[in-house]
Design a binder for this molecule. Structure first.
Ligand code: ADP
Ligand code: MG
Length: 722
């Protein structure tokens, strides 16, 4: 029999029915119906204005004020005709969240009437009071001004809520001195940097018609659904997004019966609601399925240009969370909500390409494409080898640390998985001669005889943090709750740097009289000689790899964020971002400060919660139960029945562990060392282990105390009740 509050929650859940929402609209009416898309603009704007908008989207540059005015007018008419009264500049601060400031369209007149008004200036630039967003010291609060500026490459859209509609305008967020305060600005800059270098390499390879090169992203989002009646009884889930206590359930995920199993009806109805909203917003949701853990699911879109994909990914997280509430669920985007149960990641599929040469990471069918592909692929390999620690740093959060290297997710050592066929090709390059491949036939070094690579999608390695998957790389170590902007910025920037290196080498070789093929092969060989150590096709979870990676390959193992975040302060990283024009040293420093502070805050909040829950929910229940036991032991003795004290002894021992560890944790919390780096290490090496010891005591107690008294919903209830 569960405790009264848990019993009430169970009853609530039993009464729940799938929540049907609006009538089902045909796809044609649904798709992007809430998006001020290019097609909508084309209809609404004079031809000259539309062409100018199109040109700005394609080529960048400033929007003329008269054009902006016309667009603003059309946008307002479109939005108000659909019921919008307010507009919002949406931006992406250095937390992983989405921020917005709402303003009404109304403008009062002197005669008491109001008109709706929206000018080009209001569209293009906003000024939210950004002083309370984390900015890592770029602005002191008395210089609070921050500006939002319309990102014309990401379309405006309508956000529907039950009582109204808001026009949302994606923007960048910068300080009054021009420093990026957000995640979008560096993403746009990193894409531009990558484009500059890719153009250069393509020209060296003999291309003359080269469209702008863009990065693409398709992000697979994993999440948990827990009934909100349980979550209301779990302050840890409410405040920290993960359970700080909870004994393992008798049945976990051992049976692997959830993965790709039939989707429970209440969940499927939720998913359909989410997908319908995403379709209205022009987000191409494409895949849904159960994930490995009970209560865990996945949604993945069709890939898009990285900037738009990132905005859409943020929208997906927002819609998932808001819609879950409607269906009586809480959507957990935390990387490790349940100890001992698989956590959630966000696989960031990433490639680069353009309209003229196509996907530059596609091995393709023709030998010439192969040379191009091999060089771009080599650039990625070198980038990961030189800047692996940066890739580890951009996925470093307190929550993702619980997942990385925990035998269910990629390790904290960054390596590249190429697949056996491609690995073989690069090994032949290292050996100095392409002599053949599994597809047979002999090959010399000439470009026209480079092997014709075939895609091998069956070849997967779940244990690699960064894997080539046929025509893209999949960054598998990204956390489920993270913005994908940070990882994409890192990937684009290290690729820009590496393509530059490749292009420089080729130019040098050409200047000494080499042919293009000789020059290209020399660069490929040098890449393998100097950077091949980062390629690994084996079991990334194994302890043998952990040792080999560090001792033989010279790769870094950065197990916690406290180890990884300081990478952002290394001169080599500062130079990389500055050289590529992605982040100034000040902007990078501010990111380090913000992320380090968030790490410390996250763990300290959890530590305080551990203390609060252990002392106010667990301890009283244990004491009352001990009282009960003492009484019944006494009456057994009075009746002359031999009394067994072993349960009492176990309870007392665990309770003493709980009380003692709580005192220790409280003291450790009150006395952090000075300096952010030491403070982070204190969190990782002192607070977390202490919290874990309290958890051991509490989880032990959960298995002994009368279920009728236990206040917290159990793992069994939260994971299996839907
Ligand atoms: P998986 O087998 O890993 O689940 P999916 O077929 O579901 O793979 O695809 C994963 C994601 O990769 C999807 O979002 C898909 O659109 C995206 N994707 C496919 N091709 C590319 C590409 N060239 N660049 C970026 N993302 C891509
Ligand atoms: Mg995948």
């Amino acid at each position: 029999m569960p405790s009264p509050q848990r019993f009430a929650a169970l009853q609530t859940i039993q009464r729940r029915r799938p929540v049907a929402t609006a009538a089902i609209a045909p796809f044609g009416e649904l798709w992007a119906s809430d998006v001020f898309s290019l097609a909508t603009m084309k209809e609404a704007l004079p031809g000259r204005i539309f062409k100018s908008v199109q040109r700005t989207i394609r080529e960048g540059g400033k929007l003329d004020l008269s054009v902006a005015n016309a667009v603003a007018d059309a946008m307002k008419d479109w939005a108000t005709s659909r019921g919008a009264l307010y507009y919002a500049h949406v931006f992406y601060p250095l937390t992983n969240s989405t921020a917005e400031k709402h303003d009404g369209f109304i403008s009062p007149k002197s005669d008491g009437r109001v008109i709706t008004e929206f000018t080009g200036k209001l569209l293009v630039q906003g000024e939210p009071d950004g002083s309370s967003f984390p900015n890592g010291g770029i602005r002191s609060t008395f210089e609070a001004r921050g500006y939002t500026a319309w990102d014309i490459t990401s379309p405006a859209y309508l956000m529907q809520t039950p009582n109204g509609v808001t026009l949302c305008i994606p923007t960048v967020f910068v300080s009054w001195t021009g420093e990026a305060l957000d995640k979008k600005t560096p993403l746009l800059r990193s894409n531009a940097a990558m484009n500059r270098q890719a153009q250069r390499l393509l020209r060296l390879l003999g291309e003359s018609d080269i469209a702008p090169v863009n990065s693409s992203c398709g992000a697979e989002q994993e999440y948990f659904l827990v009934d909100s009646a349980f979550v209301a009884l779990r302050p840890d889930l409410l405040l920290a997004g993960r359970t700080l206590f909870g004994a393992p359930p008798a049945k976990g995920q051992q049976f692997d019966d959830h993965y790709f199993g039939a989707i429970p009806e209440r969940v499927q109805v939720f998913m359909q609601d989410v997908e319908r909203q995403l379709y209205r917003l022009g987000v191409p949701a494409k895949t849904r399925h159960n994930e490995v853990a009970p209560g865990q699911f996945e949604i993945a879109p069709y890939f898009e240009a990285a900037n738009v994909a990132t905005d859409h990914q943020q929208l997906t997280m927002t819609v998932l969370k808001a819609t879950a509430k409607k269906h009586g669920f809480t959507c957990l985007l935390h990387e490790k909500p349940f100890a001992g149960i698989n956590g959630s990641g966000k696989h960031v599929n990433w490639s680069i390409g353009n309209a003229t040469q196509g996907n530059l990471l596609d091995p393709g069918q023709t030998p010439h494409d192969n040379l191009q592909f091999l060089l771009f692929c080599a650039a990625v390999i070198r980038g990961v080898h030189c800047y692996g620690p940066l890739m580890r740093a951009v996925i470093a959060t307190a929550s993702n640390d619980h997942r990385l290297g925990a035998n269910e997710a990629p390790p904290a050592i960054i390596s590249v998985y190429l697949g056996s066929q491609l690995e073989d090709v690069f090994n032949q390059i290292r050996a100095g001669q392409l002599t053949g491949s599994s597809s047979g036939g002999s090959m010399s070094l000439g470009v026209d005889t480079l092997p014709d690579l075939t895609k091998d999608p069956g070849d997967r390695n779940r244990t690699s943090p960064f894997a080539f998957t046929g025509n893209r790389f999949e960054f598998r170590a990204v956390g489920s709750g993270q913005s994908v902007a940070g990882p994409l910025v890192a990937l684009n920037t290290i690729l820009a740097d590496s393509i530059q290196w490749v292009a420089d080498q080729i130019e040098d070789q050409l200047n000494t009289g080499s042919s293009l093929e000789q020059a290209a092969f020399a660069v490929l060989k040098r890449t393998m000689d100097d950077h091949g150590a980062v390629i690994f096709g084996g079991d990334g979870y194994s302890s043998a790899w952990h040792r080999m990676a560090v001792e033989e390959r010279g790769l870094e193992n950065l197990p916690t964020s406290a180890d990884a975040l300081p990478v952002l302060q290394r001169p080599v990283i500062r130079n990389l971002f500055e050289r590529q024009g992605v982040l100034s040293p000040l902007e990078l420093e501010s990111r380090y400060e913000v992320y380090a502070e968030q790490y410390v805050l996250a763990i300290e909040v959890e530590a305080k919660l551990v203390l609060r829950l252990a002392r106010t929910q667990v301890y009283p229940v244990v004491m009352a139960y001990l009282d009960n036991l003492a009484r019944s032991l006494k009456s057994q003795e009075a009746l002359g029945i031999g009394a067994d004290r072993s349960l009492v002894d176990q309870l007392v021992a665990l309770n003493q562990q709980l009380v003692g560890q709580c005192t220790g944790l409280e003291q450790a919390l009150q006395n952090p060392p000075h300096g952010i780096e030491a403070h982070m290490a204190h969190c990782a090496q002192t607070l977390l282990p202490m919290m874990l010891r309290i958890r051991e005591a509490v989880d032990g107690l959960e298995l002994l105390v009368d279920d009728a008294d236990w206040p917290l919903p159990s793992y069994q209830e939260m994971l299996f009740m839907r």
